[in-house]
Design a protein around this ligand. Structure first.
Ligand code: FAD
Length: 563
């Protein structure tokens, strides 16, 4: 015979007051009205109440509301609520105060996210106590007793590393909330972590662990991304985790090659910076670059590819034909691969204006000047007057995206019109957006900074030479790109701009030693292939990069069969 089904335990309302008479009175009134549906638990000091909470937590009980007296000798009500929040972050918080302590209670609204302060005495409870608690219980039930923990990033508006950390998390579609160290919530989080805010940014994980000035590889660990190859030898090593590299990893792994993808930062490449890719086949309403590339990363992993992030390839050693290629990392560790696909894409060129180059003494990058700004920026530019340099689709997409939050967006274009460089659909969208304006034949010739961040720009009309000064705290540059191939100096043949030559383009290049001609995407080193934007004469489009990544795998099979 089975016994009655166990009843779910009632959620708890916990009251704490050091005055036994008051403590009993609160518990009595609460029990009278809520006793049927809630368990009323009372304590007579903060430490006692915390001990009870630990027990409740261990037993898996839910706590809906805390009612804490403000003035308690061992631990004030605010201190208790602060600690209690760590255990039950979603429980609603009420502070009981005497009239004289009203100011402290109001301050507590910021410190502990106080829901309500209740003046003593609360008679009649039907008027003063129950309506308050009813409202809080309703709010608590709306989200349940589940804590919805989230990661917090506390930074400074003009701290470049704070921006980079937010980018890293955003580009991995990792949910977080950002605060500045100056705002009350930011200060409160730093205090709670025992930090004084001198070292920023600080990332506080869902579990409450603070990471002070985390490196990319610490962030990757937080996100559960792999940062170390597990093997010494692979069939295929793909260098670069943009669309071309991700496609190569998906096809390589799905076709049975033991595949590793090496990405120096975070997967996604340039596409991960695109707010909406509208011309990629199969997405009639467009797709965000982050969505496309994080899905692709998971797809590659599902097929068994190892995706390694925050590891930069710094050297490629070719060795004899048919032998393994060796890839070295910054820490001098190496891996071997029977074949390699280079998919290292391009990076933005720097604007040759004071303050806009990493080599300038007064470098404003990350302090108002941004290169290839990514989608997490839209909310960051709320109310600002944003200037975007560039006339290609990437600049147009950024303008559209930022116009949703910015006060105004001005596109600065060197040429006489957008027609030559931007897709027709984007030009139309821009024309129909009232807070975007386009200044053609215009370039940035100077920056003004104050307190180590951008406050203004000097613009020049290329036709008349006239200059004007405009106030701005945000300049985003999308001005063409150069390939990331310096590390391949002397290894694979490249054109005058550094793009890698392949297949038929190698015809006039000395160094090809085999009897057979190079395969289409094969470099001057047999068994080393190229896909995507880094290839000479490539199309510089997502679809082309994806196509080349998958085609390169087909050629890898051919090479391995011959070798
Ligand atoms: C904002 C923006 C919007 C765009 N919008 C569109 C669009 O709407 N439609 C479209 O078709 N195209 C668009 N493009 C272009 C498109 O994104 C690129 O053509 C495409 O991303 C190229 O892919 P890729 O894999 O060749 O290179 P990339 O995307 O550049 O990726 C290369 C990757 O290699 C990594 N890497 C580089 N060197 C190393 C190294 N030594 N070790 C390890 N990793 C390394 C980089 O960190 C990077 O992640 C846009 C580009 C930008 C910037």
């Amino acid at each position: 015979m089975t016994g009655p089904a166990p009843q779910p335990r009632k959620p708890v309302i916990l009251s704490v007051d050091d005055d036994p008479a008051v403590s009993r009175a609160v518990a009595r009134d609460l029990r009278r009205h809520y006793g049927e549906r809630y368990r009323i638990v009372r304590a007579e000091s903060g430490p006692d109440a915390l001990e009870t909470l630990h027990e409740l937590k261990l037993r898996g009980d839910a706590v809906a509301v805390f009612v804490a007296d403000y003035r308690m000798p061992q631990m004030s009500g605010i201190e208790f609520l602060e600690s209690a929040m760590d255990l039950y972050p979603m429980a609603r918080r009420v502070l009981l105060t005497a009239y004289a302590d009203t100011t402290a209670a109001i301050d507590a609204i910021n410190v502990v996210d106080l829901d309500h302060y209740l003046l003593k005495p609360w008679d009649p409870p039907e008027e003063k106590l129950y309506p308050v608690i009813d409202g809080l219980l309703e709010a608590w039930h709306a989200v349940g007793d589940r804590a919805i923990p989230y990661t917090k990033v506390i930074g400074h508006q003009w701290n470049p590393r704070s921006w980079e950390v937010r980018q890293f998390l955003a580009r991995n579609a990792y949910p977080f909330k950002a605060f500045t160290a100056e705002e009350p919530k930011g200060k409160q989080l730093l205090d709670a972590a025992g930090l004084d805010g001198r070292q920023l940014p600080v990332v506080i994980t869902e579990e409450g662990t603070p990471l002070v000035e985390p490196t990319d590889s610490e962030l990757a660990d937080l996100l559960g991304l792999s940062t170390n190859p597990s093997l010494k030898m692979y069939d295929l090593a793909v260098i670069g985790g943009g669309p071309a590299g991700l496609a190569a990893a998906v096809y390589g792994a799905s076709e049975g090659l033991n595949t590793v993808l090496i990405e120096r930062a975070t997967t996604g490449g340039q596409a991960g910076r695109s707010s909406r890719i509208e011309n990629y086949l199969g997405f009639e309403n467009g797709v965000s670059g982050i969505e496309l590339t994080t899905t692709a990363r998971r797809q590659a992993e599902r097929f068994g590819a190892e995706v390694i992030t925050t590891r930069k390839a710094v050297k490629l050693q070719a060795g004899e034909v048919g032998t393994a290629r060796t890839i070295s990392f910054e820490d001098h560790s190496t891996i071997g691969a029977r074949a390699v696909i280079l998919a290292t894409g391009v990076e933005y060129r720097e604007l040759s204006v004071t303050g806009c180059s990493a080599s300038d003494d007064a470098n404003l990058i990350g302090k108002g000047v941004y290169y290839g700004a990514s989608v997490s920026d839209a909310s960051e530019c709320a109310g600002e007057d944003v200037y975007i340099v560039g006339g290609a689709n990437s600049a147009g997409q950024a303008a559209m995206f930022m116009s949703k939050q910015a006060n105004s967006v001005t596109l600065l274009v060197r040429g006489p019109s957008l027609e030559a460089s931007m897709s027709y659909y984007l030009i139309q969208q821009i024309e129909q957006t009232p807070n975007i304006s386009v200044r053609t034949c215009t370039e940035v010739v100077g920056t003004t900074s104050r307190d180590d961040h951008l406050v203004g720009l000097t613009l020049e009309d290329r036709r008349t030479g006239e200059r004007d000064e405009v106030p701005s705290t945000r300049l985003c540059c999308f001005i063409g790109a150069t390939p990331r191939t310096k590390w391949l100096d002397g290894v694979v043949a490249r054109d005058d701009h550094g793009f890698i030559l392949t297949g038929p383009d190698l015809r006039d290049v000395v160094g090809w030693t085999l009897d057979r001609p190079p395969h289409h995407l094969e470099t001057s080193v047999p068994g080393v292939f190229v896909a995507g934007d880094v290839r000479a004469e490539s199309a510089k489009r997502v679809a082309a990069a994806v196509g080349e990544g998958s085609m390169a795998v087909m050629l890898v099979h051919r090479y391995l069969a011959e070798a």
